[in-house]
Design a protein around this ligand. Structure first.
Ligand SMILES: Nc1ncnc2c1ncn2[C@@H]1O[C@H](COP(=O)(O)OP(=O)(O)OP(=O)(O)O)[C@@H](O)[C@H]1O
Length: 506
């Protein structure tokens, strides 16, 4: 069912320029706009082609061309076109993201005066250009930008100002920027956010701030509506940038800014975690045992960078550390072949064009828990499996956990499932190390010792341990039993394809 007009999160009658326009009849659209005796702008197959005898390759441009060299044509992929307008002085101005290296873009502008005979075509031509540049993506997104100034190495503000803000500005996004100034600040901001004023909350941070934003939105009286209406994006300014790797396909801030500008609304499963009397939302992962400990117990080794996780894991593998627990699971797909099939079925679908979920009404808070909480009896259709030699329980809602770790290659944003990995801790050391090294070569899924299933809920009850580590989205929570239940498509993100992660699948 499509959004009713008054419920359409994109609909703002005062802001019609944001909306993709109805297509113009092909015959009325000239592909080429003559902009002077020796210059023309042409809408090509995938790119805007600028032909100009006086064209000079801008300084710092990439791709091996000498700066300042004369060039007759330049091709700008439509994906890189940020904005175009017909100014009051009659000039056609095009803003685009120019590649300055393989991992960075920065805004560039070209302006031309159309020939007199072309003036009346110029507006239609610009509309066609924007149509190809944005497709089904919303133009001029209204963004609440949250910057964690202490993200990563403390460079959050600098990264935002130098690499992200210029791209957002060139794309004519409407920005309301706020700097987070304490732990939990993003929860408060999201909880108090006027959801009709914004389309996106853009977190210039690590994965910690989006975790807070979803939890803040979940505290609203109209949580279900807020979580669907507001798309959450992450732009890499932290030490853990998994969300950007998965949705934007990059941990480069400027490329992530471009991906956010062009992002398609994408339903995202969110998971309720209950522990004691507390309920929180998880968007990325949960881990218990070796994986959790390798991350959370190695804070003192931060100087090692991302190697601290590998080091932590190796030490525990060699020690054959085990973390006994009972795990109760609501399986959805319990064989690797089945998991692979589910992934391939979704991957074969065409890119999703529109977010057609009906927006929940104003009185809809978070969904009820179908399976109760960790304090209730285990539902009768779950399997209770003792794991006396558990090495790791690792549940993922996204593929990449870090740039070299596509831990959950079969994960999908909106299949209503978490991908659940269970690994014994007492396996042969050589096998364990081979499994670990296989992650960066995308072979982990196929290792026989890796138990990989899709589940819609589970509970873990640690045994014979007084203390230990549990990580939810990379943050430590108290050690003790917890339960996880997936809510299909409860949240909203922005992605390139509208339905997949930017990771090699299975
Ligand atoms: N100004 C601030 N001062 C202190 N903490 C903050 C501030 N702004 C945000 N935070 C907290 O910092 C935590 C981590 O944030 P984020 O994920 O953006 O960065 P990171 O560098 O990836 O973090 P991590 O230290 O977890 O690797 C979040 O829990 C957030 O609440």
């Amino acid at each position: 069912m499509a959004f009713a007009m008054e419920d359409d999160p994109f609909k703002d009658p005062s802001l019609d320029a944001r909306m993709p326009s109805p297509p113009h009849p092909a015959a009325s659209v000239p592909a080429t706009l003559a902009v002077g005796r020796n210059a023309a702008l042409t809408l090509g197959t995938d790119s805007l082609v600028i032909t100009d005898e006086d064209l000079v390759e801008p300084k710092g441009a990439c791709c091996g061309l000498l700066s300042g060299q004369n060039k007759t044509t330049r091709s700008v992929p439509f994906y890189n076109v940020l904005w175009a307008e017909h100014s009051a002085n009659g000039e056609v101005t095009i803003h685009y993201a120019q590649a300055v290296s393989t991992t960075a873009v920065r805004p560039a502008i070209i302006s031309y005066q159309p020939e007199k005979s072309e003036t009346r075509h110029a507006d239609i031509w610009i509309e066609q250009l924007l149509d190809r540049a944005y497709g089904a993506s919303q133009r001029r997104k209204r963004m609440k930008v949250l910057v964690n100034p202490f993200g990563g190495q403390g460079n959050g503000s600098k990264i935002y100002n130098n690499h992200i803000a210029p791209i957002f500005a060139a794309a004519q996004c409407e920005l309301d920027v706020e700097y987070t100034n304490h732990n939990g600040h993003a929860v408060e901001i999201a909880r108090d956010l006027d959801i009709d004023t914004y389309d996106v909350v853009a977190c210039c941070s690590g994965d910690g701030v989006p975790h807070e934003v979803w939890n803040g939105l979940s505290q609203k009286d109209d949580a279900a509506r807020a979580l669907m209406k507001i798309a959450v994006a992450q732009l890499p300014c932290g030490s853990g940038n998994a969300m950007s790797l998965n949705f934007n396909g990059t941990d480069s801030p400027s490329l992530a800014a471009l991906a956010t500008v062009k992002g398609l609304r994408t339903p995202l499963d969110l998971t309720s975690i209950t522990q004691g009397d507390k309920r929180t939302l998880s968007f990325l992962s949960q881990s218990v045992g070796m994986v959790a400990e390798s991350d959370l117990a190695t804070e003192h080794l931060r100087w090692m960078g991302s190697a601290r996780f590998t080091w932590g894991a190796l030490v525990r593998l060699i020690r054959k550390s085990v973390y006994p627990a009972d795990i109760a699971i609501k399986f959805e797909v319990d064989t690797k072949d089945g998991v692979r099939q589910k992934y391939r079925t979704e991957a074969a679908k065409p890119p999703r064009k529109h977010d057609d979920r009906p927006l929940p009404s104003h009185d809809k808070a978070l969904p009820e828990l179908r399976y109760g909480t960790v304090n209730d009896p285990v539902p009768s259709d779950w399997e209770i499996i003792p794991h006396d030699k558990l090495g790791s329980l690792y549940a993922g809602n996204m593929a990449y956990m870090s740039p070299d770790a596509n831990f959950f290659p079969a994960s999908l944003p909106n299949d209503g499932c978490l991908d659940l990995i269970r690994l014994d801790g007492d396996i042969n050391r050589q096998t364990a190390i081979t499994a670990m090294l296989s992650i960066e070569h995308n072979k982990f899924f196929d290792i026989p010792h890796v138990n990989y299933t899709k589940v819609s809920a589970y509970r873990i009850i640690p045994k014979n341990q007084v203390t230990g580590y549990i990580s939810i989205d990379g943050e430590k929570i108290p050690f003790g039993p917890f339960q996880a239940e997936v809510h299909a498509g409860l949240g909203t993100a922005l992605s390139k394809s509208g339905h997949m992660y930017e990771a090699k699948g299975v």
